[in-house]
Design a binder for this molecule. Sequence first.
Ligand code: KIV
Ligand code: ZN
Length: 500
Amino acid sequence: MEKIIIFDTTLRDGEQAPGASLNPQQKLEIAFALEKLGVDVIEAGFPIASSGDFQAVKNISAKIKKSAICGLARCLKPDIIAAHKALRGAGHPRIHLFLATSKIHLKYKFKKAEDEILTLAKDAIRIARKLCPDIEFSPEDATRSERDFIYRIVEMAINEGARTINIPDTVGYSYPQEIYSLITDIRNNVSNIEKAVLAIHCHDDLGLSTANSLSAILAGARQVHCTINGIGERAGNAALEEVVMALKTRKDVFGDFFTQINTKEIYRTSRLVSNLTDFVVPPNKAIVGRNAFRHESGIHQDAVLKKRSTYEIMDPHDVGISSSQLVLGKHSGRHAFGDRLKHMGFNLGQKQLNQAFTRFKDVADKKKDIYDDDLRIIVQDEIRLIRPVWKLESFEVASGTKIKPYASVILDKKGKLLSGSSGGDGPVDACFKALEKITNFKAKLEDFRLEAVTSGKDALGQVSLKLKVSGLIVNGRGSSTDIVEAAVRAYIDAVNKLET
Ligand code: KIV
Ligand code: ZN
């Protein structure tokens, strides 16, 4: 069997998704989850892009030992130096160089001829190769580039010491047969191709990224670039969970291949990434969506009870979805709470554990049965920000058909209590206006979503929102059995991000 190397770019291309920015601490947390998931390479960031990115790659390099850590760089010396410096602590560092090769990019982006691009790439690979033995090279927009130029630049890159050649479908334009023939043609026309691993990097603009990645594997690619939940630039990248589960489930087609992904970690990692990036996983998302293993039709339910495989091609346990079993209630102690969290893969420090426990007790007072999904939300809510500037102390709302909605809110700002009140069009609007008065941020609500985390009348509601403050979009999330409180918490979460 041949191994398919899983290259996860959630922290780089995934973070390029509009509005998905993560701080270095959150990136580290995701990197731990990716390591536990078993990804071979973590693309941790683009070190030259910002000091936050540099720091994140540096922290991840220092802490993650099993996966290789990769930093992205343009074919420019300062980029390469920054990547090298950020990766210094890594057990297995990799520098990923990229340079566009399509005519449209050469003409409009660079105003350069093919030979100039070739020289730039060659010089960059030489510099990088001296600093790091593991170099990956990507001819950006490869799927829209002239074949002959791709062969030339790939051959040169391998001659200069690139160990991996990645073929990006940068704009998500290709369809599976095209990818198959591109990879086949590269294998047949690049004389030294056997000295490198061929990789594929697909975007999802036409919804074909997973199909294209699988097609590349059939044609000879042995590394796949992907992201958790498929997040990424524009419509996103190929979703790790889809590629991995397709390889596992369709043994009739992909029986010659394996990955070292521990699929039981998929669901947990998906929820963590969704929570920290504020990208809600659509209910119908393959593998990790809330409905991915739910059967609504009576005919389906009946058949599944008789024989699961009548309507289920995968076992939800294989991706780490447990049938929401009852875990804890209001009488559960700190010890049982901590144990359950450990079992779910959370490793909290004492302070975070105490904070999460207090919140758990709060929720358990209002909600009788606490399920794993509830716990995950409670904990992730509490550990989102290390030192939040604003904390909810209390709030009150009055609302009804015959009265004008009115809210009073008290926040704790670094130990000092501040209060504000306001009327509004509804209870949530009144709370947000009160919060605006206290925090002094002029915020416009751009998006507001509410979903139930578990089922039942006392389900935990989760609010995800987007605020626009001085042209900047910030996401926020909050949860509670009370949906107004969930909205207040989401608003405070967003405002806290403005303070960091
Ligand atoms: O989509 C793309 O081309 C990229 C490159 C940097 C590999 O993300
Ligand atoms: Zn990309």
